[in-house]
Design a protein around this ligand. Structure first.
Ligand code: ADP
Length: 244
């Protein structure tokens, strides 16, 4: 179980997250939707300790941190290891092959033996349908393929939770499906996932819970059916209408 309690994040005077509460059961897929600027990315980055929350609690796996107190680098590193992040812009190492991108974390951070890391990476590349491309460099791969390497790279760290920050929004439309399919497969295998996306079809098909965020707070949450067919809040209704 993952719990987030009263999470706040401010950048100088600008309070971007204004007290987020969330409980995520193991194996569930949470999709976060909401207007641009509502704090979705900042929220994901806080879960992965890429941003340090101003206040609140995050508990993922064995790690539990109260950000109202001073937090050590060791605690931050421990929290970061609990989740794997997939970015909008893939963020692969350009001078490393697909395989090397996937083995880098396990070898450098986890101190895995090189052979073991390679074996595991090959399995993961197979899972995302890219074993045959393992020796290619990012520039030799399509956007969809790069993003699938990004997913394999995050999985290689064996995280408790996978975070996806608009993973398909930089892709040409014909490449979106291959990435969403890999994500659906992961969901079916029981991976716990938090996904920020504009792909409402994915939300409808794969989410256990949809969360609508606006201006740094959770406005409404529910099953895809509840949110998409019978939203309760005016702001949710307005947002969904704009999508049509
Ligand atoms: P969303 O993902 O919903 O589009 P973001 O989390 O990216 O929203 O951004 C929420 C708000 O936080 C925006 O107003 C953005 O300008 C601000 N913000 C995000 N990151 C930073 C930062 N590093 N420094 C200052 N402001 C930031």
């Amino acid at each position: 179980m993952i719990t987030i309690h009263n999470l706040h994040k401010r950048f100088n005077q600008h309070e971007v997250l204004k007290g987020i509460d969330m409980t995520i059961e193991k194996g569930k897929v949470i999709v976060i939707i909401g207007p641009s600027g509502s704090g979705k990315t900042t929220f994901l980055r806080c879960l992965n300790a890429l941003e340090i929350p101003s206040a609140g609690n995050i508990q993922i796996g064995k790690v539990s941190i109260d950000f109202s107190k001073s937090v050590s680098k060791k605690e931050i590193a421990a929290l970061r290891r609990e989740s794997g992040m997939v970015f909008q812009q893939y963020n692969l190492f350009p001078h490393k092959t697909a395989l090397e991108n996937v083995t880098e974390g396990p070898i450098v951070v986890k101190k895995q033996a090189k052979n073991e890391a390679i074996q595991k990476a090959e399995k993961l590349l197979q899972k995302v349908g890219l074993l045959e491309q393992k020796d290619k460099y990012p520039f030799q791969l399509s956007g969809g393929q790069q993003q699938r390497v990004g997913i394999a790279r995050a999985l290689a760290m064996e995280p408790e939770l996978m975070l996806f920050d608009e993973p398909t929004s930089a892709l040409d439309p014909e490449l979106v499906g291959e990435v969403l399919n890999v994500m659906k497969e992961l969901a079916n295998e029981g991976m716990t996932m938090v996904v920020v996306t504009h792909e409402m079809r994915f939300a409808k098909e794969a989410a256990d819970e949809v969360i609508f965020m606006d201006q740094g707070i959770v406005i409404e949450k529910g099953t895809p059916d509840e949110i998409f067919t019978a939203p309760k809040e005016q702001r949710t209704k307005q947002f969904l209408q704009l999508l049509h």
